[in-house]
Structures are given as C-alpha cells and as structure tokens.
Write a protein that binds this ligand. Structure first.
Ligand SMILES: Cc1ncc(COP(=O)(O)O)c(C=O)c1O
Length: 423
C-alpha cells in the first residue's frame, strides 16, 4: 500500500513496528486525545475507556490538567535533593492525612510502582535488619530486577530474564474461586516458615489487597488481618501494595480500608499522579526514618508537576461524594456482570471490590479473553484482560464516568462477550 493510502493509525503502527522494541506490547489503538472516560484515536474514532491508562485515571482523563498547567509555568524539574519544593511536601502531608490507620507517617516519592515496591523492601530490610521477603501467588509487583522476582507470572514478565534476586519466598494466596481458602494459604505459610525461611529472618510480607494483574482477586475478609497477626508475632513488617487497588480504585482511598488492617508500609502509584508518573512509599515514621540521609531518592522522584497533579487527585478521592459515587458505580457494574455470567456457561465468576471488578472465564486459557478485548476495540470500547492464565476481563473505568456512558460501555462489553463466545 502506498504511504498516502494509509490511515493515520496505520502510519503510526508501521513506524511503531520499525522503531519501537517488540518487547513493549501494544494494542492497535493510536490515541490522539482523551477526556473523562472517552478516548479519540488519530483517525477521529471515539472509544469508551474501560482501561483508564492501565488504572492511572481513576479521577478521569484531564482531571488534573489545570494544576499541571499552573505548575508548568512556575518551574519544572528541580530534584528534591538539590532544592526542595512545596508540592512534594504537600503530597506527603496528604498521604499522612489519608493513611489507613493511626500511626504518624512519613513518605518517599518515586517515579513508578516497581521503584516504590523496591524502596519499600529496602526500608523494611534496614528497619528490621532482616533480608527475606515473602510474596504471594498471583502477585504483580513490577518488572525491575527485584520486583520481577516478586512477581508471579513467568511469561511474559520473567522468561529469560534471570537470575532473579535472592531472598524472595512465595506463599500461596487465597483464591476462593479456584478452591484456595485463607486457611489453606496460612497453613502453607506456616510450612514455608518450617521448610524455607525462618520467620525471624523475614523483613516483610508484600500483599495486594485486591491482586491486580494476577486476576482482580480480592483477598477474603479474614486473610489480611490474620496475616497481620502472624507478622506482629514474628516482627515481620506488613507492606500493603496499593499501586493498582489504591487512590480510590475500590471506592475508599485505599483498598486495605475494607479489611481494618493498618499496614506498616504502603506503596501507591498509578492514579496517584493523575496520569503523570508518581509513586510513593508511606509508612510509620520510625520505619521510614530507619534509612539514613542519601539512602533513598532519585533524580526525578516526586517531580513537581506530578506532585502538583497528585494534590487535586488526593483531595478529590478523599471526598465522601467520590466514595459514594464509586459504590454506586460498583453496584451498577457488578449487577450487569452478574447478568453476563448467569447467561453464559463460559463465564465463571464476577469478583472484586467496589468498582474494581472483573469476570473470569472458566477455561484457564487466554484465547476467549483476548477475543473479547479485540471485539470490544472493534466496537469502540477499550478493555483489558489479566490473570496468570490471561482469562480474566477487568474493568478499570475512570470513576468520573456518568451513568449513560457507563451503560453504553457495558452494552458494548456484553456484545463483545457474545461475539467472542460465538466466534
Ligand atoms: C500491584 C502493583 N504493584 C506494582 C506495580 C508496578 O507498577 P509500575 O508499572 O508503575 O512499575 C503494578 C503495575 O501494574 C501493580 O499493579
């Protein structure tokens, strides 16, 4: 085809294939503009967004642009280690105010979820003087060397990338739909302590309250409190990974609020920066301060523009109205998904917390879910799958969406499920 006959999308896709590394997986969507829960591609086609930039747009595309514009005109990068600035300190203050517990906290700001998880482990190791880390089945904590070792999916995240960081031990996580109870997981943890690592050598456990990439598996109500109790017994720190489940994704600021557990350290990312790269480690002040000056930081961590965006995001998500609306959205989405599951023997379970919801296919293979996401794109709906078998359809819709657009998106999802199942 002559270059001039290509659509604008085809042109970008061709250039992407020529210049961008194959290892960065992409869909054929080429974005020109986004607003709220809508995306337009470079050929002018409109999509409803059920992916939110992979969970980074809980408050909607464009929510923080006014704050960003204002900060752009003041100053851009400074490096907090060279010259400190108010937006960084203000984000840490807001993280303290929204902390899910009673402790006095301090925070460290970083660029990505993986970087924040790594730093939480560094802090836990220094604070406890111990080296081992316990992670769980179906976990996703990132793609850097340490977090890759902590992540529980070989293809595509780990295959060929070893050797992996030592002193990372994996325990089963509850997965009621596939028959793993809290009790099973805790018995397995006690075996791990007998067989592989002494609890007094463990610095921390790291757990997502709703496992994200692993398949939107919400922890049963009793699991985090029972795990916390074991941690307290052995002097192990509880690290709550809220990169995907936090900043309002499940309704409250942090998903751990559903479980009444106060973590020792917490990791946030994704929606925190309202679409700009920002992540944080927050924790009890004495743990955070265990690391001497210079041990934490980085050139870009807590960039002023990302911090300026995070301030209105945190203030919005902490409002009662945001939480109430998220609960409404959660009920609406859940009711529709339950209907889809009731109508199809191919669909197994609806699960999640608040509006962080997903459907798992009965079959442990990715084909059906990828047919659904492809059919959805054809219909004008941006949708993602997840799960270690790639057989889960997840919804990460911006929580600013109105009812009419949400219902339209859910109609498109229903049609896509129908198309994929009958193909
Ligand atoms: C729970 C969780 N932790 C950590 C990460 C890594 O975050 P990032 O991709 O920003 O490095 C992710 C990303 O999906 C995540 O979902």
């Amino acid at each position: 085809m002559a270059v001039s006959e290509r659509t604008a999308s085809e042109q970008v896709i061709a250039d992407r294939e020529r210049y961008v590394a194959r290892g960065v997986a992409t869909t054929p969507l080429v974005v020109a503009r986004a607003e709220g829960a809508r995306i337009w591609d470079v050929d002018g086609r409109e999509y409803i967004d059920f992916a939110g930039g992979l969970g980074c747009q809980n408050t909607g595309h464009g929510f923080a642009t006014a704050a960003i514009h204002e900060q752009v005109d003041r100053y851009l990068h400074q490096c907090f280690m060279v010259g400190m600035y108010e937006p960084y300190v203000e984000v840490c203050r807001l993280l303290d105010e929204t902390w899910p517990g009673k402790a006095k906290t301090k925070s460290l700001l970083l660029n990505s979820g993986a970087e924040a998880v790594e730093n939480a482990v560094k802090i836990a190791r220094v604070a406890t003087g111990r080296s081992a880390v316990i992670v769980f089945d179906h976990a996703f904590h990132g793609r850097t060397s340490l977090t890759m070792a902590m992540t529980a999916k070989v293809v595509p995240y780990k295959q060929g990338f070893g050797p992996f960081a030592p002193e990372v031990y994996r325990a089963p996580a509850p997965y009621p739909y596939r028959g793993v109870t809290s009790e099973d997981a805790l018995v397995a943890l006690s075996h791990l302590f007998k067989q592989d690592v002494h609890p007094e050598e463990v610095a921390c456990v790291v757990l997502e309250p709703v496992q994200g990439e692993g398949g939107f598996i919400a922890m049963p109500e009793d699991f985090p409190p029972r795990l916390k109790e074991i941690c307290e017994r052995h002097g192990i720190l509880y690290v709550d990974d809220e990169v995907q489940s936090g900043v309002g994704r499940t309704g409250p600021m942090w998903a751990i609020e559903y479980f009444g557990v106060e973590p020792d350290l917490m990791v946030a990312g994704k929606s925190l920066g309202g679409g700009l790269p920002l992540a944080a480690v927050t924790g009890r002040a004495e743990l955070m301060d265990a690391v001497p000056p210079g041990g934490l930081g980085g050139t870009f961590g807590g960039n002023p523009i990302a911090c300026a965006a995070a301030i209105p995001v945190l203030n919005e998500v902490r409002r009662d109205r945001f939480r109430e609306r998220s609960a409404e959205l959660g009920n609406r989405i859940r009711a529709r998904l339950e209907d889809f599951v009731a109508q199809s023997h191919l669909l197994g379970e609806v699960r999640g917390l608040g509006p962080m919801l997903a459907i798992e296919f009965v079959e442990k293979t990715p084909e059906l879910a990828s047919r659904v996401t492809a059919a959805a794109r054809e219909q004008g709906l941006v949708l993602l799958s997840c799960g270690i078998y790639g057989n889960v359809i997840r919804i990460l819709v911006p929580l600013s969406i109105d009812d009419a657009l949400l219902e339209r998106g859910l109609d498109l999802l229903e049609e896509s499920l129908g198309d994929a199942s009958s193909a």
